[in-house]
Design a protein around this ligand. Structure first.
Ligand SMILES: Nc1ncnc2c1ncn2[C@@H]1O[C@H](COP(=O)(O)OP(=O)(O)OP(=O)(O)O)[C@@H](O)[C@H]1O
Ligand SMILES: [Mg+2]
Length: 387
């Protein structure tokens, strides 16, 4: 213990202490300047000389701000000035101009030191060139902004394609219905009022469907992004089955469900999740349309295995091996139907990607296709996983 006090730095005589401290500052890899209250430079170390290429003689007596670039943020300059006027420490980034006119960014810490004898304050400025770090930071920010933009454009493009796809069907229905009525009238057929009403009601229903779609589009444009919220995947499956269940039954397809209750919620737009399920169900149904068997079956499962999983399996012919993963691209379709644009799975993948999930296709033990969607689950009772 006694040795400790004997060894104290403050036991050394002033001159030696000065020498050691000066050597420390002199050989520091950080640059060091000492400036007075008028911002005039009194001293710089070797690092400052080698960084700037200026000799000590060139620098002493100059105003420190003469090394600064005009591009410094005025707000930062004022903040620094205020700090120093109040003799408080300041840390920040300064853009400095090199003698060749180029710029560098310095991270600096300015510490006021009071001379009790004269009452004057000097400032110790310690810093280092962080240009590379700042460039990297800016590059990352630019890349992130560009990625955000690209994603938005992608989402818009897919959305537009999806809208065209969705509108096509009711438009066709309207054309067929009104065309039929016109044809009958032109043939001089006497139409019953009820028949008229029925067809017109159907037409109104179809225009409402289109209006619903354009509303959807408008909400997309207004809010920039559809709002995602915590959703229950099993509930989305049930909703989707409500919407297309009858159609599946009409096609002679039986649906078997194994839906797990109380799954972790997933962050999604609920109608988007339903759209995913509907697209997969309709694809399975259409695949089964092409086979000659009496036990046409779709199995829908939801469960949790690290992620929240949806599986839609059918006992159809399976995906044509020639297509492979191209089925997830837009406009890839083997179907002859006018309504089939090859967009269903492209829409599925873009919705799933927006939920930070994955979708893949594999062959199943019934020799048909299974589509597996995996979505990140939210921790129970939290929405914090949102970014
Ligand atoms: N369950 C399935 N079984 C066999 N093939 C499938 C299945 N699902 C999709 N496919 C194949 O993938 C292709 C692309 O599917 P996708 O849903 O993207 O388009 P589509 O169904 O042809 O047209 P749209 O969805 O626009 O009506 C289909 O044309 C089909 O060849
Ligand atoms: Mg489809």
């Amino acid at each position: 213990m006694g040795k400790m006090t004997e060894c104290g730095f403050d036991k050394l005589h002033d001159q030696l202490r000065m020498k050691l401290l000066t050597a420390g500052l002199e050989t520091s890899s950080n640059f060091v300047l000492i400036v007075d209250e008028d911002r005039l430079v009194w001293w710089v170390n070797q690092s400052f000389e080698s960084l700037t290429g200026l000799s000590r003689q060139d620098v002493i007596g100059r105003e420190i701000t003469s090394f600064f670039s005009e591009r410094n943020d005025p707000a930062v300059m004022i903040e620094a000035q205020n700090c120093l006027a109040q003799k408080r420490e300041w840390r920040g980034e300064i853009i400095a101009r090199r003698s060749d006119g180029s710029e560098r960014v310095d991270g600096v810490a300015v510490t006021p030191v009071l001379d009790e004898m004269s009452g004057a304050t000097y400032f110790l400025v310690v810093g280092r060139d962080i240009t590379d770090k700042v460039r990297a930071r800016e590059a990352i920010a630019a890349a992130k902004a560009a990625q955000g933009k690209a994603e938005k454009f992608f989402a818009l493009g897919t959305m537009a394609a999806g809208i065209a796809h969705e509108i096509n069907q009711p438009l066709n229905a309207i054309r067929v219905l009104s065309g039929g009525m016109l044809y009958l009238l032109s043939q001089g057929e006497a139409l019953q009022a009820e028949e008229f009403v029925e067809s017109l009601q159907e037409i109104v229903g179809q225009t409402e469907r289109i209006a619903g779609i354009t509303r959807h589009l408008r909400s997309f444009v207004n809010k920039d992004e559809l709002r995602q919220e915590p959703c229950d995947l099993s509930a989305a499956v049930e909703m989707a089955l409500k919407l297309v269940g009858k159609r599946l039954a009409d096609h002679g397809v039986s649906v078997q469900t194994e839906l797990q209750a109380g799954l972790p919620l997933v962050l999604a737009v609920s109608t988007g999740l339903e759209e995913v399920v509907i697209n997969l169900l309709v694809n399975a149904m259409q695949a089964l349309d092409g086979v000659d068997r009496t036990d046409k079956k779709i199995v829908v499962r939801t469960y949790f295995a690290e992620r929240v999983v949806l599986e839609v399996s059918d006992n159809g012919p399976g995906v044509d091996p020639k297509l492979g993963n191209t089925i997830f691209e837009s406009f890839v379709s083997t179907k002859k139907g006018e309504d089939n644009m090859g967009l269903g799975l492209a829409i599925v993948s873009s919705i799933v990607a927006a939920c930070r999930g994955t979708v893949e296709m594999k062959k199943n033990e019934m020799a048909g296709a299974t589509f597996v969607v995996k979505l990140p689950g939210l921790a129970a009772g939290s929405e914090e996983e949102r970014e």
